[in-house]
Design a protein around this ligand. Structure first.
Ligand code: SAM
Length: 491
């Protein structure tokens, strides 16, 4: 049955729609990342569902992250297929419940909602571009969705207005290309699409739509690092950094200081910082490693420590422990955990640390950092992105207690949660503690974290939560944001 038929059937009242969403939000998210043809077939059913079930959707409990994410996915679908009829209903729900759909979909609202004349498409150009650039700089994992949204906006104008308005947009685009604050406009697919002949509007519209599919479907080179099994142990040796590290004590701030000093020696610091892509890019240069710790180190440490306070160390006392640091980067989460344990004079037998990360230079440094904090434990390095990790890569000892560190990764869209859950369930038998920390970015990203947590809460009686908190800008220290989940489960 189609996803919108199922939603329609479930939406007999608020409580049955709520429980359907609780169980199926991952399927809805997966549907929204399907290719455009698969999604488009459902357009009529989507509109029918939204129009006839608004009275149920509007009264959902929006303090629950999966309900907020649901509206986000509906708006995202609306935007992709320019469903102006459904957007009217959704706009009201967003306003009434003060939902944060993110800057990119806010931008889409500007051309899909309340457009009394065609002039507004031209008048709102700057505001739309500014919001899309904010989405790239501060919210999304990369620029693909914002580029697609810009092309959607332009093709919408071509399709629904006369040539005159498309020409005015082209002129504004030429001027905006000079604007240093809007670098996304220089993207080749945007340039190509904006130079197409608008006299042939039908064909131009089709070509731009195909370009949108291309950008949304495409994996950039460097997105996926490794599909092959790599059993070799990787660690950074004989580098200047390794020498500098030897001279400092095993303290997080001491290793941060090295990076800050190294980073300060670079002249093009802004370029290096922007190349980090909010810290989620797979890094391949030393300068990026320094920049990452220089900019994000303190914030990540504060978030991690705010979560570790709730890890029940007494339950781990004298037990054999294995740490799994997922998407470990330079291993900051592991080092902060080591220091926290030392500071609390807790006697934990850390037998093994498994570091999983697709950036080779970051992974090698992570192993070096872990070795600096603990000279005894076994270290395993897995040079892979999460989708490529196989059961054999992360086998664990059933009798050991496993601590899983998910530091700033569960909010990243680029991997399958289903695969991650199956990896954990198949390889981590026994007692598992999960420490999950991420920034608060949008409701949809928080919902992704909660989909992961909720899976264990729904399926295991042994699930126990220790701490859950969510802070947006201004609600926590230093204007930082955080989403923290600490829980345990016996698998
Ligand atoms: C925001 S950083 C977090 C790094 C580290 N956990 C920390 O807290 O400092 C995101 C990390 O995820 C890695 N990454 C990006 N895409 C990934 C994927 N699909 N699977 C696994 N790791 C990924 C990046 O290389 C980067 O090291």
């Amino acid at each position: 049955m189609s996803i919108f038929d199922s939603l329609y059937n479930a939406a007999t009242d608020i409580s049955s729609l709520d429980s359907f969403l609780k169980r199926n939000i991952t399927n809805i998210a997966d549907f929204c990342s399907e290719n455009v043809e698969t999604q488009k077939i459902e357009l009529d059913k989507f509109e029918y569902f939204v129009l006839f079930k608004t009275s149920v959707i509007k009264d959902l409990d929006y303090s629950k992250s999966y309900n907020r994410a649901f509206v986000y996915y509906l708006v995202e679908y609306c935007e992709r297929f320019c469903s102006t009829s459904a957007i009217v209903q959704l706009y009201q729900i967003i306003q009434d419940n003060n939902l944060n759909i993110g800057s990119r979909l806010d931008a889409a609202m500007l051309y899909l909602y309340n457009t009394p004349s065609n002039d507004v498409f031209v008048e709102r150009f700057e505001e739309i571009c500014a919001k899309l650039q904010i989405a790239i700089n501060e919210e999304d994992d990369d620029d693909k969705k914002s580029i697609a949204s810009f092309l959607n906006y332009y093709s919408y104008v071509i399709y629904n207005t006369s040539q005159d308005f498309a020409q005015k947009l082209q002129s504004k685009y030429t001027i905006a290309l000079e604007n240093k604050n809007l670098p996304f406009l220089k993207n080749n697919l945007i340039r190509e699409s904006l130079s197409l002949d608008i006299q042939d509007s039908g064909n131009t519209y089709q070509t731009i739509q195909a370009n949108i599919d291309k950008i949304l479907g495409k994996k950039e080179s460097g997105d996926i690092i490794s599909y092959i099994t790599n059993d070799d142990f990787l660690i950074e040796t004989s580098t200047n950094y390794a020498e500098l590290l030897k001279k400092v004590s095993p303290k997080f701030q001491a290793i941060r200081d090295i990076s800050v000093k190294q980073f300060n020696q670079y002249e093009n610091q802004n370029d290096i910082f922007y190349s980090l892509g909010r810290g989620v890019k797979i890094l391949n240069e030393d300068a990026q490693l320094y920049s990452y710790i220089n900019s994000y180190g303190n914030m990540h440490e504060a978030k991690m420590l705010s979560a570790l306070q709730y890890l029940p160390l007494d339950e781990l006392y004298c037990k054999n422990i294995e740490i799994f640091d997922w998407a470990c980067g330079q291993g900051l989460a592991s080092t902060i955990l080591f220091e926290y344990i030392n500071n609390h004079k807790s006697n934990l037998n850390i037998r093994r640390v498994v570091l999983i990360e697709p950036s080779e230079i970051a992974l090698k440094r992570a192993a070096l950092h872990v070795r600096h904090f603990d000279s005894q434990c076994e270290i395993k390095t897995v040079l892979k992105d999460i989708d490529s990790v196989q059961f054999a890569d992360i086998q664990s000892n059933t009798n050991a207690i496993k601590i899983h560190l998910f530091s700033n990764i569960l909010d990243v869209d680029g991997f399958s949660l289903e695969h991650l859950i199956s990896l954990v369930e198949q390889t981590q038998k026994g007692n598992n503690y999960f420490v999950c920390v991420s920034p608060y970015i949008t409701d949809a990203k928080t919902a992704r974290i909660d989909e992961f947590v909720q899976h264990f809460a729904n399926n295991y009686n042994s699930y126990k939560t220790y701490y859950e908190v969510e802070n947006q800008k201004g609600d926590w220290k230093n204007n930082w944001t955080r989403v923290v989940r600490v829980f345990k489960v016996n698998l």
